[in-house]
Write a protein that binds this ligand. Structure first.
Ligand SMILES: Nc1nc2c(ncn2[C@@H]2O[C@H](COP(=O)(O)OP(=O)(O)O)[C@@H](O)[C@H]2O)c(=O)[nH]1
Ligand SMILES: [Mg+2]
Length: 394
């Protein structure tokens, strides 16, 4: 049987509910499975080893440290959080590791000085080459030094983004006035930033509140970063960020669905039979690791729940009690092995019977099954993440 007739069979069998899975299986069976597995394993390896260094800079008091903490899902005063509201005494950048992603670092750079500021020296002192991109934070308005700095970063051919901070503050102040209109306030601030940065033409400025990252322009900033970062770096960034909003859950889901294709290809094997009665196999270890990454990305692991509970002033138990999926108690081998005994596997069995005796097809079945199960896992976790978000009143 050729690959072409296999495709027809899959269509006729109509076994997988998601058309994307059929599309991916069709693509997969056209490849050399052994090569695909090797390539996918290498890809997962590269994802594990990616590094991303984000520099946060701007005037003292602009909100750098608060923003660093927000990116790490920490509140003021949490253990390991950057000190906020303090005058900087050191000229050294401080590197903060990310609790969820070992390769992601956020750097709280010293405030750009007030007098006689030399942007080039500043960048040299902070080892600008380390950074993938800069975020220049300004509150009220961007100062002359912010602009000098941006120009110098541009010369060095690095990316930078202007962030106007403390938007919640502006909104709150304006909300007391008659005829308050939030959209109008935001567009007024946007206009004023644009005038402030007229030397850059029409730069993108993102209006942000570090106290409410699900709101205002943070989602737009993420979309912009997605365009500008490599796939691996983007993946590391999106998984590192806390779940601020349902939009964030969607972005994480999208990314996980994408990488599940590599994980399924890496896990597909004809050896190491996982389940009695099947000639397909999946490397449970790879599925396990993948689902664990997803679990942490969705903020459902114990550490993330603990941080969230502290941040929103709720009990860990209250946040955990709304998780209803099979992963509510954590992702362990037993839970993953159990997935292989469920409905998804019945579908695999049916495909396998249809395709019996076709060389290389066993790998196709293993791939299809694994992909289906990983996506199922992601769907279930996304539901839990939404429930937790609601329980946290975010
Ligand atoms: N309302 C509000 N206050 C903020 C925000 N970001 C920072 N702040 C406050 O602004 C002050 C200075 O912030 P900090 O992060 O220490 O600034 P840094 O000197 O640039 O690191 C602190 O009192 C923060 O609590 C924000 O988004 N909204
Ligand atoms: Mg600071």
């Amino acid at each position: 049987m050729s690959a072409a007739s296999y495709e027809t069979t899959i269509d006729e069998a109509n076994i997988y509910e998601a058309p994307e899975i059929v599309t991916e299986v069709k693509k997969y069976v056209k490849t050399n499975p052994a090569e695909s597995t090797a390539k996918a394993k290498k890809q997962l390896d590269q994802m594990d080893n990616v590094t991303l260094n984000i520099a946060i800079t701007g005037e003292s008091g602009a909100g750098k440290s608060t923003f660093v903490n927000a990116l790490r899902g920490l509140a003021d005063g949490d253990e390991g959080a950057a000190d906020t509201g303090v005058t900087e005494t050191t000229m050294k950048p401080i590197r903060y590791g990310h609790p969820n992603m070992p390769g992601v670092y956020i750097w709280d750079l010293p405030g750009v000085g007030t007098s006689n500021f030399k942007a080039r020296n500043y960048l040299k002192d902070v080892h600008f080459d380390t950074f993938d991109f800069f975020i220049i934070i300004g509150s009220i308005r961007f100062k002359e030094n912010d602009i000098k700095l941006a120009k110098e970063i541009k010369k060095m051919k690095k990316m930078f983004y202007f962030v106007r901070s403390k938007i919640d503050h502006d909104i709150q102040a304006e909300a007391r006035k008659k005829n308050f209109n939030e959209a109008q306030v935001l567009s007024k601030i946007r206009l004023s930033c644009r005038e402030n940065l007229v030397e850059f033409g029409n730069p993108k400025v993102f209006l942000i509140s570090a106290l409410d990252m699900g709101k205002y322009d943070f989602p737009r900033l993420l979309s912009c970063l997605k365009e500008n970062l490599s796939d691996y770096k983007w993946s590391a960034l999106i998984h590192s960020l806390p779940v601020f909003s349902t939009g964030m859950i969607e972005k994480k889901t999208e990314e996980l669905n994408k990488t599940s294709i590599a994980a399924a290809a890496a896990a597909a094997t004809t050896a190491g039979l996982a389940v009695p009665g099947f000639s397909v196999g999946c490397e449970i270890g790879i599925m396990h690791k993948y689902l664990q990454t997803a679990h942490v990305s969705f903020g459902l692991d114990n550490n993330s729940i603990q941080r969230l509970a502290e941040r929103v002033n709720k009990s860990e138990g209250d946040l955990k009690s709304v998780m209803k999926s099979r992963f509510a108690g954590g992702v362990n081998r037993a839970v993953v092995a159990n997935m292989l005994r469920t409905k998804g596997m019945m579908a695999a069995k049916a495909v396998e019977i249809i395709l019996i005796g076709v060389p290389a097809i066993a790998m196709g079945v293993a791939f299809a099954t694994t992909l289906q199960l990983l996506r199922q896992g992601i769907r279930e976790m996304a539901e839990d993440a939404k429930a937790v978000l609601a329980a946290a009143d975010l």
